[in-house]
Design a protein around this ligand. Structure first.
Ligand code: PGA
Length: 238
């Protein structure tokens, strides 16, 4: 670590479109087993958010997306004000699955992060290169461009950046430690010493300790492995 104040680690679980009311038992196990000294966050689908928030103890509950605006005639949309009201304390913005499936641009992601900040929510802002960008030698340029376009203006607001190479998500593949360190060093240069930088993409209990030991990796954004309480807690303890 290259700065004075150590950053508290953040391990965030992105449940994506998984989880039913019965999954409350998984969340309860996560709350019961949460290790000290690390921030844990679970981002369930919206249908479970208020329920989880009411039983979260010290675990942060977050959403997976937010729509800009407060209230209005926007059928199907949920605003940051509504998320905060339901008990959310964080929200993922700019996940590559939303960028790909919903056409989210960097400018839209920035607006979402700013909407989150307007309600005091921690914005977990995702960036990451595609496989073609990585193979073409454009990974760093891609990350720089995405951050340039999507970082919120109010930088004092709570923010974490998650580096998630698109090709590593759900694939069981991860970049080398050197590749991760290189990207995180670039992100660090852009966001400064106080913002936590998470790595995401096929983080599991077996590789968590090695990934979390890499320079400037302040935590993890975990997809599939966060659906299993024991696996997620093992990552949090790594
Ligand atoms: P994964 O997903 O851990 O299942 O690869 C990570 C993510 O998409 O946030």
């Amino acid at each position: 670590m290259n700065e004075a104040m150590p950053r508290r680690r953040l391990i965030a679980g992105n449940w994506k479109m998984h989880g039913l009311v019965a999954s409350t038992t998984t969340f309860d196990a996560i709350v019961a087993g949460a290790p000290g000294g690390v921030d844990l966050c679970v981002c369930p689908p919206l249908t479970l958010l208020a329920n989880f928030a009411a039983r979260a103890g010290g675990v942060l509950v977050g959403a997976q997306d937010v729509v800009v605006g407060r209230f209005g005639a926007h059928t199907g949309d949920v605003s940051a004000a509504m998320l905060a009201d339901a008990g959310a304390r964080a929200v993922i913005v700019g996940h590559s699955e939303r960028r790909a499936a919903h056409g989210e641009t960097d400018a839209m992601v920035r607006a979402k992060a700013e909407a989150a900040h307007g309600e005091g929510l921690l914005a977990i802002l995702c960036v990451g290169e595609s496989e073609a960008e990585r193979e073409g030698g454009h990974a760093l340029a891609t990350i720089a461009r995405q951050l340039e376009g999507s970082l919120p203006g109010r930088r004092s607001a709570p923010l974490a950046v998650a580096y998630e190479p698109v090709w590593a998500i759900g694939s069981g593949r991860t970049p080398t430690a050197r590749q991760i360190a290189e990207v995180h060093a670039l992100v660090r240069k852009i966001v400064g010493p106080d913002t936590r930088i998470l790595y995401g993409g096929s983080v599991k209990a077996v590789n968590a300790a090695a990934l979390l030991a890499i320079d400037n990796v302040d935590g993890a954004l975990v997809g599939g492995a966060s659906l299993d309480a024991a696996e997620f807690l093992a990552i949090a303890s790594a």
